[in-house]
Design a protein around this ligand. Structure first.
Ligand SMILES: N[C@@H](CCC(=O)N[C@@H](CS)C(=O)NCC(=O)O)C(=O)O
Length: 212
């Protein structure tokens, strides 16, 4: 399997966590999203990473890629019960929204825009907090695809937390505990370049959050 990646992409990270968790041999091809190569534009229907190349097939969309990897490599990381599985799929889509908010918060150019985005974040985290029960993971004791989908958000939040009081998760203690459990996992740590915090700061240094 070949994963087509951009080094800072949280959606690629989801797939990589799944590959690492399941110990699946894979190859990573990095592209520059600011200047994508022609071969990528030709095969990526939405012009986005991740792509997963499996023989002649090209998969896109991180949730679909993760389900393919999961279904072809036991043991499953999705709940067995259909109702719970549908619930998890919905929360994986919710995680994509949270990732989008995280991105909007680091590219915000002024304080008012940033604070508006953080109000949206707090609304989402309030819903998420009410979903969590005993932990340490989304579904309780067993790590699942839902965890792979939120870990990239929480990792990036851990970079920005020291930069502004509004970044804190103090009002969301279950989310905070969950974040700490996810970030302690070796397959989460190994799913990003070792210097990702510096790369992230460099990419978003022009925004309000990193620059104020
Ligand atoms: N829904 C997609 C989102 C992927 C996505 O937004 N990837 C970003 C990088 S993190 C991208 O490739 N952006 C390029 C573009 O929008 O032109 C997924 O889950 O795979």
């Amino acid at each position: 399997m070949e994963l087509v990646s951009f080094d800072l992409c949280p959606f690629v990270q989801r797939s990589l966590i799944t590959l690492l968790k399941k110990d699946i041999p894979h190859q990573i091809t990095y592209i520059d999203l600011d200047n994508p190569p022609d071969w990528f534009t030709e095969i990526s229907p939405l012009g986005k990473v991740p792509l997963l190349r499996v023989d002649d097939a090209v998969l896109f969309e991180s949730a679909a890629i993760n389900e393919y990897i999961d279904e072809t490599h036991a043991p499953p990381l999705h709940p067995e019960d259909p109702l719970r599985r549908a619930h998890n799929r919905a929360w994986i889509e919710f995680a994509s929204n949270l990732i989008g908010i995280g991105y909007r918060s680091v590219i915000a150019q002024d304080e008012a825009t940033y604070l508006g985005v953080m109000d949206e974040r707090d609304g989402l985290l309030g819903h998420l907090e009410r979903q969590l029960s005993g932990g340490p993971y989304f579904n309780g004791s067993v790590f699942s695809l839902a965890d792979t989908s939120f870990a990239p958000y929480f990792l990036r939040q851990s970079f920005t937390e020291p930069l502004h009081a509004r970044e804190s998760l103090a009002d969301f203690p279950k989310c905070q505990q969950w974040r700490d459990a996810l970030l302690a996992l070796d397959y989460v740590q190994q799913s990003v370049p070792a210097d990702i915090a510096d790369r992230y700061a460099k990419r978003f240094g022009g925004g309000y959050l990193y620059g104020h």
